[in-house]
Write a protein that binds this ligand. Structure first.
Ligand code: SF4
Ligand code: SF4
Length: 76
């Protein structure tokens, strides 16, 4: 059975590069249509219930905007 995870993205740090969206195997993440303070459309967890705490999004993010949690606690 897949792990259950929770992903948290800092929308003000995110530059909207889409790498995390492409890296997610279960389509948790989408691009927000609203701009953040730096003028980017950040990623956000549009389908948070699907997250399996795989860590892919955290590993590809160049700006360390992402935290992932699973049942054992913080992974990143
Ligand atoms: S941890 Fe994995 S499943 Fe969860 S949002 Fe990131 S890439 Fe998707
Ligand atoms: S990889 Fe990081 S900077 Fe790029 S869209 Fe995702 S959270 Fe934002």
């Amino acid at each position: 059975m897949a792990k259950k995870g929770k992903v948290v993205i800092d929308r003000e740090l995110c530059k909207g590069c889409l790498l995390c969206i492409r890296a997610c195997p279960v389509q948790v993440l989408e691009k927000d249509s609203r701009l953040n303070e730096q003028g980017s459309c950040p990623s956000f967890p549009a389908h948070p219930e699907k997250c399996i705490a795989c860590g892919n999004c955290f590993e590809v993010c160049p700006d360390v905007c992402i935290e992932i949690f699973d049942l054992e606690g913080a992974l990143a």
